[in-house]
Design a protein around this ligand. Structure first.
Ligand SMILES: [Zn+2]
Length: 493
Protein backbone atom coordinates (compact mmCIF):
# COMPACT_ATOMS: atom_id res chain seq x y z
CA UNK A 1 0.00 0.00 0.00
CA UNK A 2 1.22 3.46 -0.89
CA UNK A 3 0.08 6.68 0.75
CA UNK A 4 0.92 10.31 0.16
CA UNK A 5 2.97 11.74 3.01
CA UNK A 6 2.70 15.54 3.29
CA UNK A 7 6.04 15.55 5.12
CA UNK A 8 7.99 14.09 2.18
CA UNK A 9 5.59 15.30 -0.54
CA UNK A 10 5.45 11.89 -2.20
CA UNK A 11 3.64 8.60 -2.13
CA UNK A 12 5.42 6.15 0.13
CA UNK A 13 5.08 2.49 0.92
CA UNK A 14 3.19 2.09 4.20
CA UNK A 15 5.33 0.27 6.76
CA UNK A 16 3.75 0.14 10.23
CA UNK A 17 5.89 0.42 13.36
CA UNK A 18 4.35 -2.78 14.75
CA UNK A 19 3.34 -5.42 12.21
CA UNK A 20 -0.42 -5.57 11.62
CA UNK A 21 -1.11 -2.54 13.82
CA UNK A 22 -1.79 1.07 12.95
CA UNK A 23 -1.53 3.94 15.44
CA UNK A 24 -3.69 6.67 13.93
CA UNK A 25 -4.38 10.16 15.29
CA UNK A 26 -6.83 12.59 13.71
CA UNK A 27 -7.41 16.10 15.08
CA UNK A 28 -10.94 16.39 16.41
CA UNK A 29 -13.32 19.32 16.59
CA UNK A 30 -13.26 22.41 18.77
CA UNK A 31 -16.74 22.10 20.22
CA UNK A 32 -18.16 25.63 19.94
CA UNK A 33 -20.73 25.03 17.16
CA UNK A 34 -22.29 22.30 15.01
CA UNK A 35 -19.76 21.00 12.51
CA UNK A 36 -19.85 22.28 8.94
CA UNK A 37 -19.88 20.24 5.78
CA UNK A 38 -16.12 20.69 5.24
CA UNK A 39 -15.39 19.12 8.66
CA UNK A 40 -17.76 16.30 7.76
CA UNK A 41 -15.77 15.59 4.61
CA UNK A 42 -12.51 15.34 6.57
CA UNK A 43 -14.00 12.97 9.14
CA UNK A 44 -15.61 10.78 6.45
CA UNK A 45 -12.28 10.56 4.58
CA UNK A 46 -10.36 9.42 7.65
CA UNK A 47 -13.14 7.04 8.63
CA UNK A 48 -12.80 5.31 5.26
CA UNK A 49 -9.00 5.17 5.53
CA UNK A 50 -9.35 3.61 8.98
CA UNK A 51 -11.99 1.14 7.74
CA UNK A 52 -9.75 0.12 4.84
CA UNK A 53 -6.85 -0.67 7.19
CA UNK A 54 -9.25 -2.77 9.29
CA UNK A 55 -10.54 -4.47 6.13
CA UNK A 56 -6.94 -5.45 5.32
CA UNK A 57 -6.66 -7.03 8.77
CA UNK A 58 -4.77 -4.32 10.66
CA UNK A 59 -5.69 -3.59 14.23
CA UNK A 60 -6.22 0.16 14.19
CA UNK A 61 -5.86 2.26 17.32
CA UNK A 62 -7.75 5.35 16.20
CA UNK A 63 -7.52 8.39 18.48
CA UNK A 64 -9.42 11.62 18.02
CA UNK A 65 -9.39 14.44 20.55
CA UNK A 66 -12.12 16.85 21.51
CA UNK A 67 -10.96 20.41 22.12
CA UNK A 68 -13.32 21.48 24.88
CA UNK A 69 -11.48 24.59 26.08
CA UNK A 70 -10.67 27.37 23.64
CA UNK A 71 -11.20 31.09 22.96
CA UNK A 72 -13.99 30.21 20.50
CA UNK A 73 -15.84 28.27 23.21
CA UNK A 74 -15.44 31.11 25.69
CA UNK A 75 -16.77 33.63 23.12
CA UNK A 76 -19.68 31.38 22.26
CA UNK A 77 -20.56 31.02 25.95
CA UNK A 78 -20.84 34.79 26.21
CA UNK A 79 -23.07 34.86 23.09
CA UNK A 80 -25.38 32.08 24.31
CA UNK A 81 -25.35 33.31 27.93
CA UNK A 82 -24.24 29.94 29.31
CA UNK A 83 -20.96 28.69 30.79
CA UNK A 84 -18.06 27.58 28.54
CA UNK A 85 -18.45 24.13 30.06
CA UNK A 86 -22.11 24.00 29.01
CA UNK A 87 -21.18 25.10 25.46
CA UNK A 88 -18.55 22.37 25.24
CA UNK A 89 -20.93 19.70 26.55
CA UNK A 90 -23.72 20.72 24.18
CA UNK A 91 -21.55 20.66 21.03
CA UNK A 92 -19.62 17.56 22.06
CA UNK A 93 -22.92 15.68 22.23
CA UNK A 94 -24.00 17.17 18.90
CA UNK A 95 -20.69 16.13 17.33
CA UNK A 96 -20.88 12.54 18.57
CA UNK A 97 -24.48 12.32 17.36
CA UNK A 98 -23.55 13.75 13.93
CA UNK A 99 -20.72 11.24 13.50
CA UNK A 100 -23.09 8.40 14.35
CA UNK A 101 -25.62 9.67 11.80
CA UNK A 102 -22.89 9.88 9.15
CA UNK A 103 -21.82 6.30 9.84
CA UNK A 104 -18.38 7.37 11.11
CA UNK A 105 -17.06 4.69 13.48
CA UNK A 106 -16.39 5.92 17.02
CA UNK A 107 -12.67 6.39 17.78
CA UNK A 108 -10.90 3.77 19.90
CA UNK A 109 -10.45 6.59 22.42
CA UNK A 110 -11.84 10.11 22.33
CA UNK A 111 -9.91 12.08 24.95
CA UNK A 112 -11.10 15.55 25.97
CA UNK A 113 -8.58 18.31 26.48
CA UNK A 114 -9.94 19.31 29.90
CA UNK A 115 -9.39 15.76 31.17
CA UNK A 116 -5.80 15.54 29.92
CA UNK A 117 -4.18 18.52 31.65
CA UNK A 118 -1.57 16.40 33.46
CA UNK A 119 -0.16 15.03 30.20
CA UNK A 120 0.05 18.53 28.69
CA UNK A 121 1.67 20.10 31.75
CA UNK A 122 4.22 17.29 31.79
CA UNK A 123 5.36 18.00 28.19
CA UNK A 124 5.38 21.77 28.75
CA UNK A 125 7.53 21.33 31.88
CA UNK A 126 9.93 19.18 29.89
CA UNK A 127 10.17 21.85 27.16
CA UNK A 128 10.82 24.60 29.72
CA UNK A 129 13.51 22.45 31.35
CA UNK A 130 15.31 21.65 28.10
CA UNK A 131 15.26 25.27 26.90
CA UNK A 132 12.68 24.95 24.07
CA UNK A 133 10.10 27.00 26.00
CA UNK A 134 10.10 30.04 28.28
CA UNK A 135 7.75 31.59 30.84
CA UNK A 136 6.46 35.19 30.74
CA UNK A 137 3.94 36.40 33.38
CA UNK A 138 2.29 32.98 33.75
CA UNK A 139 2.24 32.32 29.98
CA UNK A 140 4.53 29.69 28.49
CA UNK A 141 5.77 30.07 24.91
CA UNK A 142 7.51 27.65 22.59
CA UNK A 143 10.71 29.14 21.16
CA UNK A 144 10.29 28.38 17.47
CA UNK A 145 13.89 29.20 16.57
CA UNK A 146 15.12 26.60 19.05
CA UNK A 147 13.76 23.88 16.79
CA UNK A 148 15.89 23.67 13.66
CA UNK A 149 13.42 21.78 11.43
CA UNK A 150 10.54 24.20 11.96
CA UNK A 151 8.66 24.61 8.66
CA UNK A 152 9.51 21.15 7.26
CA UNK A 153 5.90 19.96 7.05
CA UNK A 154 4.43 23.07 5.45
CA UNK A 155 7.53 23.80 3.37
CA UNK A 156 7.90 27.26 4.92
CA UNK A 157 11.05 28.95 5.96
CA UNK A 158 11.25 30.74 9.28
CA UNK A 159 12.50 34.02 7.82
CA UNK A 160 9.70 34.16 5.24
CA UNK A 161 7.22 33.41 7.97
CA UNK A 162 8.54 36.18 10.11
CA UNK A 163 7.91 38.79 7.44
CA UNK A 164 4.41 37.37 6.89
CA UNK A 165 1.54 39.52 8.06
CA UNK A 166 -0.38 36.74 9.81
CA UNK A 167 1.91 36.52 12.81
CA UNK A 168 0.39 38.16 15.85
CA UNK A 169 2.44 40.86 17.52
CA UNK A 170 3.08 40.41 21.22
CA UNK A 171 6.03 42.28 22.64
CA UNK A 172 6.40 39.90 25.54
CA UNK A 173 7.45 37.11 23.18
CA UNK A 174 11.15 36.70 22.27
CA UNK A 175 10.17 36.09 18.67
CA UNK A 176 6.94 36.95 16.87
CA UNK A 177 6.63 33.31 15.67
CA UNK A 178 6.66 31.83 19.18
CA UNK A 179 3.33 30.30 20.16
CA UNK A 180 1.61 29.72 23.50
CA UNK A 181 1.84 26.33 25.22
CA UNK A 182 0.08 27.65 28.32
CA UNK A 183 -2.07 30.77 28.72
CA UNK A 184 -2.35 32.51 32.09
CA UNK A 185 -5.97 32.81 33.25
CA UNK A 186 -7.88 36.01 32.61
CA UNK A 187 -10.70 36.90 35.01
CA UNK A 188 -13.82 34.80 34.49
CA UNK A 189 -12.11 32.26 32.20
CA UNK A 190 -11.86 28.53 32.95
CA UNK A 191 -8.50 27.82 34.61
CA UNK A 192 -6.44 24.92 35.96
CA UNK A 193 -3.47 24.95 38.34
CA UNK A 194 -0.01 24.62 36.87
CA UNK A 195 3.62 25.24 37.90
CA UNK A 196 3.23 28.66 36.17
CA UNK A 197 0.04 29.63 37.95
CA UNK A 198 -3.62 29.15 36.98
CA UNK A 199 -4.35 29.01 33.27
CA UNK A 200 -5.29 26.80 30.34
CA UNK A 201 -3.42 24.96 27.60
CA UNK A 202 -2.76 26.28 24.10
CA UNK A 203 -4.50 24.37 21.32
CA UNK A 204 -1.39 22.80 19.72
CA UNK A 205 -0.07 21.14 22.89
CA UNK A 206 -3.31 19.17 23.30
CA UNK A 207 -2.68 16.98 20.29
CA UNK A 208 1.00 16.42 21.15
CA UNK A 209 -0.01 15.31 24.66
CA UNK A 210 -3.00 13.16 23.73
CA UNK A 211 -1.31 11.38 20.83
CA UNK A 212 1.67 10.55 23.04
CA UNK A 213 -0.54 9.36 25.88
CA UNK A 214 -2.70 7.04 23.75
CA UNK A 215 -0.34 6.03 20.93
CA UNK A 216 3.14 6.35 22.41
CA UNK A 217 6.07 8.63 21.58
CA UNK A 218 6.16 7.36 17.98
CA UNK A 219 3.15 6.30 15.98
CA UNK A 220 2.17 5.64 12.39
CA UNK A 221 -0.28 8.18 10.99
CA UNK A 222 -1.40 11.70 11.86
CA UNK A 223 -4.27 13.15 9.89
CA UNK A 224 -6.36 16.28 9.59
CA UNK A 225 -7.70 18.81 7.13
CA UNK A 226 -5.21 20.57 4.86
CA UNK A 227 -5.92 23.85 6.71
CA UNK A 228 -4.27 22.36 9.81
CA UNK A 229 -0.86 21.88 8.17
CA UNK A 230 0.18 25.36 9.23
CA UNK A 231 0.47 26.35 11.99
CA UNK A 232 -1.26 23.57 13.96
CA UNK A 233 0.58 20.49 12.71
CA UNK A 234 3.86 22.33 12.26
CA UNK A 235 3.63 23.35 15.91
CA UNK A 236 2.65 19.86 17.05
CA UNK A 237 5.77 18.47 15.37
CA UNK A 238 8.02 21.14 16.87
CA UNK A 239 6.73 20.54 20.42
CA UNK A 240 6.77 16.76 20.25
CA UNK A 241 10.17 16.45 18.58
CA UNK A 242 11.74 19.08 20.83
CA UNK A 243 10.46 17.01 23.77
CA UNK A 244 12.41 14.06 22.34
CA UNK A 245 9.55 12.10 20.76
CA UNK A 246 9.62 10.42 17.36
CA UNK A 247 6.01 11.50 16.75
CA UNK A 248 4.08 10.61 13.57
CA UNK A 249 5.73 8.94 10.55
CA UNK A 250 3.07 9.62 7.92
CA UNK A 251 1.10 12.87 7.64
CA UNK A 252 -2.18 12.69 5.72
CA UNK A 253 -4.22 15.76 4.85
CA UNK A 254 -7.72 16.02 3.43
CA UNK A 255 -8.49 18.54 0.68
CA UNK A 256 -10.78 21.50 1.25
CA UNK A 257 -14.44 21.80 0.40
CA UNK A 258 -15.83 24.69 -1.62
CA UNK A 259 -19.47 25.60 -2.19
CA UNK A 260 -20.42 26.46 -5.77
CA UNK A 261 -16.68 26.96 -6.31
CA UNK A 262 -16.37 29.49 -3.52
CA UNK A 263 -14.47 29.08 -0.30
CA UNK A 264 -16.86 28.56 2.60
CA UNK A 265 -16.85 31.52 4.94
CA UNK A 266 -19.18 33.30 7.29
CA UNK A 267 -18.56 36.62 5.56
CA UNK A 268 -19.62 35.27 2.15
CA UNK A 269 -22.68 33.80 3.90
CA UNK A 270 -22.24 30.31 2.41
CA UNK A 271 -21.29 28.65 5.68
CA UNK A 272 -23.08 25.30 5.55
CA UNK A 273 -23.67 23.15 8.61
CA UNK A 274 -23.79 19.37 8.26
CA UNK A 275 -27.11 19.14 10.09
CA UNK A 276 -28.77 21.38 7.50
CA UNK A 277 -27.39 19.31 4.61
CA UNK A 278 -28.66 16.12 6.26
CA UNK A 279 -32.17 17.57 6.17
CA UNK A 280 -31.94 17.34 2.39
CA UNK A 281 -30.07 14.14 1.74
CA UNK A 282 -29.53 10.73 3.30
CA UNK A 283 -26.12 10.34 5.01
CA UNK A 284 -25.22 7.35 2.80
CA UNK A 285 -25.80 9.48 -0.30
CA UNK A 286 -23.59 12.25 1.09
CA UNK A 287 -20.82 9.72 1.76
CA UNK A 288 -21.17 8.24 -1.72
CA UNK A 289 -20.93 11.71 -3.24
CA UNK A 290 -17.87 12.75 -1.25
CA UNK A 291 -16.08 9.46 -1.88
CA UNK A 292 -16.37 10.00 -5.62
CA UNK A 293 -13.49 12.46 -5.21
CA UNK A 294 -10.02 11.61 -3.94
CA UNK A 295 -9.64 12.69 -0.31
CA UNK A 296 -6.73 15.03 -1.09
CA UNK A 297 -8.52 16.75 -4.01
CA UNK A 298 -10.63 19.84 -3.49
CA UNK A 299 -14.32 18.99 -3.39
CA UNK A 300 -16.95 21.33 -4.77
CA UNK A 301 -20.34 21.04 -3.14
CA UNK A 302 -23.58 22.15 -4.75
CA UNK A 303 -27.26 21.29 -4.18
CA UNK A 304 -27.34 19.80 -7.70
CA UNK A 305 -24.67 17.32 -6.74
CA UNK A 306 -26.80 16.25 -3.78
CA UNK A 307 -29.58 15.28 -6.16
CA UNK A 308 -27.10 13.32 -8.24
CA UNK A 309 -25.86 11.58 -5.11
CA UNK A 310 -29.36 10.59 -4.09
CA UNK A 311 -30.03 9.20 -7.59
CA UNK A 312 -26.78 7.27 -7.49
CA UNK A 313 -27.71 5.76 -4.15
CA UNK A 314 -31.13 4.76 -5.45
CA UNK A 315 -29.44 3.02 -8.40
CA UNK A 316 -27.28 1.06 -5.98
CA UNK A 317 -30.27 0.15 -3.83
CA UNK A 318 -32.30 -0.94 -6.85
CA UNK A 319 -29.47 -3.12 -8.08
CA UNK A 320 -29.30 -4.79 -4.66
CA UNK A 321 -33.07 -5.29 -4.60
CA UNK A 322 -32.93 -6.86 -8.03
CA UNK A 323 -30.07 -9.13 -7.01
CA UNK A 324 -31.81 -10.18 -3.78
CA UNK A 325 -34.90 -10.91 -5.76
CA UNK A 326 -33.02 -12.94 -8.38
CA UNK A 327 -31.15 -14.80 -5.62
CA UNK A 328 -34.42 -15.92 -4.03
CA UNK A 329 -36.52 -16.35 -7.16
CA UNK A 330 -38.12 -19.69 -7.76
CA UNK A 331 -38.05 -19.98 -11.53
CA UNK A 332 -41.22 -21.16 -13.23
CA UNK A 333 -39.03 -22.67 -15.91
CA UNK A 334 -35.31 -22.94 -16.36
CA UNK A 335 -33.32 -21.36 -19.14
CA UNK A 336 -29.91 -21.76 -17.63
CA UNK A 337 -27.06 -20.16 -19.52
CA UNK A 338 -24.15 -21.17 -17.32
CA UNK A 339 -21.76 -19.07 -19.37
CA UNK A 340 -23.41 -15.90 -18.20
CA UNK A 341 -23.50 -16.90 -14.55
CA UNK A 342 -19.80 -17.78 -14.76
CA UNK A 343 -19.09 -14.43 -16.35
CA UNK A 344 -20.69 -12.63 -13.42
CA UNK A 345 -18.63 -14.70 -11.01
CA UNK A 346 -15.45 -13.72 -12.85
CA UNK A 347 -16.54 -10.12 -12.67
CA UNK A 348 -16.68 -10.40 -8.88
CA UNK A 349 -13.01 -11.31 -8.72
CA UNK A 350 -12.08 -8.49 -11.07
CA UNK A 351 -14.09 -6.03 -8.96
CA UNK A 352 -12.39 -7.12 -5.74
CA UNK A 353 -9.01 -6.76 -7.37
CA UNK A 354 -9.78 -3.31 -8.81
CA UNK A 355 -11.20 -2.08 -5.54
CA UNK A 356 -8.07 -3.11 -3.64
CA UNK A 357 -5.73 -1.70 -6.28
CA UNK A 358 -7.47 1.66 -6.11
CA UNK A 359 -7.58 1.80 -2.32
CA UNK A 360 -3.93 0.68 -2.09
CA UNK A 361 -3.04 3.68 -4.23
CA UNK A 362 -3.36 6.39 -1.57
CA UNK A 363 -6.99 5.48 -0.83
CA UNK A 364 -8.38 6.35 -4.23
CA UNK A 365 -12.04 6.04 -3.28
CA UNK A 366 -13.07 7.53 -6.64
CA UNK A 367 -11.62 4.49 -8.41
CA UNK A 368 -13.03 2.16 -5.75
CA UNK A 369 -16.55 3.55 -6.21
CA UNK A 370 -16.15 3.25 -10.00
CA UNK A 371 -15.28 -0.45 -9.60
CA UNK A 372 -18.50 -1.00 -7.62
CA UNK A 373 -20.55 0.91 -10.22
CA UNK A 374 -19.07 -1.24 -12.99
CA UNK A 375 -20.10 -4.40 -11.15
CA UNK A 376 -23.60 -3.00 -10.65
CA UNK A 377 -23.86 -2.29 -14.35
CA UNK A 378 -22.72 -5.85 -15.21
CA UNK A 379 -25.18 -7.29 -12.69
CA UNK A 380 -28.05 -5.25 -14.11
CA UNK A 381 -27.26 -6.53 -17.59
CA UNK A 382 -27.15 -10.09 -16.37
CA UNK A 383 -30.42 -9.84 -14.45
CA UNK A 384 -32.38 -8.06 -17.15
CA UNK A 385 -31.43 -10.81 -19.59
CA UNK A 386 -34.27 -12.69 -17.88
CA UNK A 387 -32.27 -15.87 -17.48
CA UNK A 388 -33.03 -17.96 -14.44
CA UNK A 389 -31.98 -21.08 -12.60
CA UNK A 390 -29.86 -22.16 -9.65
CA UNK A 391 -26.54 -20.93 -11.10
CA UNK A 392 -28.01 -17.50 -11.71
CA UNK A 393 -29.53 -17.36 -8.26
CA UNK A 394 -26.10 -18.18 -6.79
CA UNK A 395 -24.36 -15.57 -8.96
CA UNK A 396 -26.92 -12.96 -7.91
CA UNK A 397 -26.52 -13.80 -4.23
CA UNK A 398 -22.70 -13.67 -4.46
CA UNK A 399 -22.79 -10.38 -6.36
CA UNK A 400 -25.05 -8.76 -3.78
CA UNK A 401 -22.68 -9.94 -1.03
CA UNK A 402 -19.62 -8.43 -2.78
CA UNK A 403 -21.38 -5.11 -3.36
CA UNK A 404 -22.48 -4.92 0.30
CA UNK A 405 -19.01 -5.88 1.56
CA UNK A 406 -17.23 -3.24 -0.54
CA UNK A 407 -19.79 -0.55 0.29
CA UNK A 408 -19.22 -1.48 3.94
CA UNK A 409 -15.50 -0.64 3.58
CA UNK A 410 -16.65 2.81 2.42
CA UNK A 411 -18.95 3.01 5.45
CA UNK A 412 -22.10 2.86 3.33
CA UNK A 413 -24.45 0.45 5.00
CA UNK A 414 -27.74 0.02 3.22
CA UNK A 415 -30.78 -1.21 5.02
CA UNK A 416 -32.53 -4.37 3.86
CA UNK A 417 -33.41 -4.00 0.26
CA UNK A 418 -37.07 -4.99 0.13
CA UNK A 419 -39.51 -2.88 -1.83
CA UNK A 420 -41.71 -0.64 0.22
CA UNK A 421 -44.85 -0.29 -1.85
CA UNK A 422 -46.41 3.17 -1.83
CA UNK A 423 -49.83 3.50 -0.18
CA UNK A 424 -51.24 4.94 -3.44
CA UNK A 425 -51.22 1.46 -4.94
CA UNK A 426 -54.50 0.65 -3.09
CA UNK A 427 -56.38 3.48 -4.81
CA UNK A 428 -54.86 2.56 -8.17
CA UNK A 429 -55.89 -1.10 -7.81
CA UNK A 430 -59.34 -0.02 -6.70
CA UNK A 431 -59.73 2.21 -9.73
CA UNK A 432 -58.39 -0.23 -12.32
CA UNK A 433 -59.28 -3.70 -10.97
CA UNK A 434 -62.06 -2.97 -8.49
CA UNK A 435 -59.74 -4.15 -5.70
CA UNK A 436 -61.27 -3.79 -2.22
CA UNK A 437 -58.98 -4.15 0.77
CA UNK A 438 -55.95 -2.60 2.43
CA UNK A 439 -53.14 -5.06 1.70
CA UNK A 440 -50.46 -3.42 -0.47
CA UNK A 441 -49.02 -6.70 -1.76
CA UNK A 442 -52.44 -8.01 -2.74
CA UNK A 443 -53.25 -4.76 -4.53
CA UNK A 444 -49.96 -5.03 -6.46
CA UNK A 445 -50.64 -8.68 -7.33
CA UNK A 446 -54.10 -7.76 -8.60
CA UNK A 447 -52.70 -5.05 -10.86
CA UNK A 448 -50.03 -7.37 -12.28
CA UNK A 449 -52.57 -10.15 -12.85
CA UNK A 450 -54.89 -7.79 -14.69
CA UNK A 451 -52.01 -6.50 -16.79
CA UNK A 452 -51.00 -10.06 -17.74
CA UNK A 453 -54.58 -10.80 -18.73
CA UNK A 454 -54.91 -7.54 -20.69
CA UNK A 455 -51.74 -8.29 -22.62
CA UNK A 456 -52.83 -11.84 -23.42
CA UNK A 457 -56.05 -10.45 -24.89
CA UNK A 458 -54.22 -7.59 -26.62
CA UNK A 459 -56.08 -5.01 -24.54
CA UNK A 460 -53.19 -2.54 -24.77
CA UNK A 461 -55.23 0.32 -23.36
CA UNK A 462 -55.71 -1.41 -19.99
CA UNK A 463 -52.14 -2.71 -19.95
CA UNK A 464 -50.81 0.80 -20.58
CA UNK A 465 -53.10 2.38 -17.98
CA UNK A 466 -51.68 0.00 -15.35
CA UNK A 467 -48.09 0.70 -16.39
CA UNK A 468 -48.66 4.46 -16.35
CA UNK A 469 -50.46 4.37 -13.00
CA UNK A 470 -47.62 2.41 -11.41
CA UNK A 471 -45.04 4.65 -13.03
CA UNK A 472 -46.67 7.70 -11.43
CA UNK A 473 -46.16 5.95 -8.07
CA UNK A 474 -42.45 5.43 -8.83
CA UNK A 475 -42.81 1.77 -9.77
CA UNK A 476 -41.68 -0.02 -12.89
CA UNK A 477 -42.80 -3.41 -14.19
CA UNK A 478 -40.33 -5.98 -15.34
CA UNK A 479 -41.15 -9.06 -17.38
CA UNK A 480 -38.78 -11.84 -16.46
CA UNK A 481 -38.43 -15.57 -16.83
CA UNK A 482 -40.01 -15.79 -13.40
CA UNK A 483 -43.03 -13.75 -14.34
CA UNK A 484 -43.74 -10.06 -13.79
CA UNK A 485 -42.49 -8.08 -10.86
CA UNK A 486 -42.39 -4.51 -9.63
CA UNK A 487 -39.26 -2.51 -8.99
CA UNK A 488 -38.66 1.00 -7.73
CA UNK A 489 -37.64 3.36 -10.49
CA UNK A 490 -34.83 5.92 -10.10
CA UNK A 491 -37.41 8.68 -9.95
CA UNK A 492 -36.78 11.25 -7.20
CA UNK A 493 -39.52 11.11 -4.61
ZN1 LIG B 1 -4.45 18.55 16.39
Amino acid sequence: MRLYNTLTRQKEQFIPIKPDEVGFYVCGPTVYNHIHIGNARTFISFDVIRRYFEYLGYQVNFIQNITDVDDKIINRAAEEGITPDAVAKKYTEAFIQAMQTLGVKPPSQQPRATEELAAMISIIKHLVDNGHAYVVDGDVYFAVRSYADYGALSGRNIDQLKSGARVEVDERKSDALDFALWKAAKPGEPAWDSPWGPGRPGWHIECSAMSQRYLGESFDIHGGGEDLIFPHHENEIAQSKAAGNGFARYWLHGGMLTINEEKMSKSVGNFLLLKDVLNQVRPQALRLLMLQSHYRSPFDYSPMRLDEAESALIRVENALRNLDWAANAEPAFTTEDLGQANQLHQQLQITDQRFTEQMDDDFNTAGAVAAIYQLISDANTSISSGLAGPAHAQAASDTAAVIRRLLGVLGIDLVEASIELPAGIIALANELTGFAGDNLDKAAADLLALRAFARSTQDWQTADAIREGLSALGLGIEDTANGMRLFLTDRQS
